[in-house]
Design a protein around this ligand. Structure first.
Ligand code: HEC
Ligand code: HEC
Length: 332
């Protein structure tokens, strides 16, 4: 009898301890389960990136949630390369993706509440060329004359408007030039919200954390990927058939990151081949080092460009050599 009581007691203790243990484990695991309260990157040890207020965040394993919560990008299979397959995704109450990214770049979609205003602005400023439904189809049935804008993603719309390329001044131009924008950034956002409501797409509008960039890495990546077209100083250069790579000295960090992720006109798209960290480094190098060059000695030649400056150096050099040889000749 005594033995039996003792056994029962031990058993009860074990069950009790087991329950306490299970409860503790559940509590500890709660943040990792789907549907848990939003976790902000700041709490997980990363300093600056968190989802916009009122949205729910999902993070991949490096931030503490299973990768299964984060979809994989079917095209590039590359994480953190400008697509929604990124370390952080932010969803609104209706389950819509409103932002995604990581410590280097956060890509945001313009608020869908701006779409009605965007539609008005679109019909006034864009529909005459891109069609009333943004499908490139005009009332005159001349489909294909202008590009369709559906499914291009907010970064593309934002880039072409904020760099003043659109609305186009002269649609017959070989390449729409950068100019003083006609629409302001708020209006650009509204139009992007409207076009995105017709056919949702990525990339969102990048906001780049240039503060944490590695400028040395940016310089190397720039030389490898960009200098061939934009020149090593970022001054720009002519390309084939009346097209040109423009100067990079006035683009904002958002515009540089947009250009890389969307590849405007004849520029290639840099998606799977450059990570967001690399895009951040290049962006910082372009906007901080190239746009604000510090003269590293030598005689200024008014920034004539490498060919002209090289020619001046050559002419001066030969001149000096000729003087020296005259002088050597005289002495004999
Ligand atoms: C007068 C005609 C005209 C108007 C108005 C116009 N566009 Fe365009 N758009 C063009 C032409 C032509 C191109 C091709 C230009 C190029 O490749 O350099 C273009 C290209 C674009 C592209 C790039 C498409 C791609 O496939 O990469 C976007 C985005 C764009 N326009 C958006 C807009 C928006 C938004 C508006 C209104 C704010 C607008 N456009 C107004 C004629 C126009
Ligand atoms: C094959 C040539 C080529 C390469 C390589 C290239 N670009 Fe471009 N880039 C262009 C062309 C062409 C345009 C203008 C497109 C248009 O307006 O239709 C452009 C436009 C841009 C713009 C917009 C500038 C403005 O303010 O209007 C930026 C920023 C830019 N490029 C950055 C880069 C960076 C950074 C790299 C390297 C990662 C790069 N490009 C690589 C050809 C190139």
């Amino acid at each position: 009898m005594v033995t039996m009581q003792k056994t029962l007691k031990t058993y009860a203790t074990r069950v009790g301890l087991g329950l306490v243990g299970a409860a503790a484990l559940t509590t500890m695991a709660t943040p990792f389960l789907a549907g848990a309260a939003p976790v902000h990157a700041a709490e997980l040890g990363s300093s600056h990136v968190s989802c916009p207020a009122g949205t729910t965040a999902k993070y991949d394993p490096e931030y503490g949630v299973p990768a299964s919560l984060i979809g994989e990008d079917s095209k590039t299979k590359t994480k953190n390369a400008g697509t929604a397959y990124s370390s952080i995704q932010c969803y609104d109450a209706s389950g819509q993706l409103v932002a995604y990214g990581n410590d280097a770049i956060l890509y945001k979609f313009p608020a869908s509440s701006l779409a009605p205003l965007g539609e008005k602005l679109y019909q006034q400023n864009c529909a005459s060329c891109h069609g009333t439904k943004a499908d490139g189809v005009l009332p005159t049935y001349s489909a294909g004359a202008y590009p369709a804008l559906r499914g291009l993603g907010p970064a593309t719309i934002n880039f072409w408007i904020t760099t003043g390329r659109m609305p186009a001044a002269d649609p017959k131009e070989v390449q729409a030039a950068r100019k003083q924008p006609r629409l302001n950034p708020f209006q650009a956002n509204a139009i992007a919200a409207y076009v995105n409501s017709l056919e949702p797409a990525t990339p969102g509008i990048p906001s780049v954390n240039v503060k944490d960039a590695n400028l040395t890495a940016g310089q190397t990546l720039y030389a490898l990927n960009c200098a061939a077209c934009h020149t090593i100083t970022g001054g720009g250069d002519a390309l084939a058939q009346g097209t040109y790579a423009p100067s990079l000295h006035v683009a904002t960090p958002t515009q540089v990151a947009e250009a890389l992720r969307i590849g405007p006109g004849n520029m290639p798209v840099f998606s799977g081949n450059l990570t967001d960290d690399e895009v951040r480094d290049i962006t910082a190098y372009v906007t901080e080092s190239l746009a604000k060059p510090t003269d590293i000695g030598g005689v200024g030649m008014g920034g004539l460009g490498p060919v002209a400056e090289g020619f001046i150096a050559l002419a001066l050099g030969i001149g000096i050599l000729m003087l020296v040889s005259f002088w050597v000749g005289e002495r004999q």
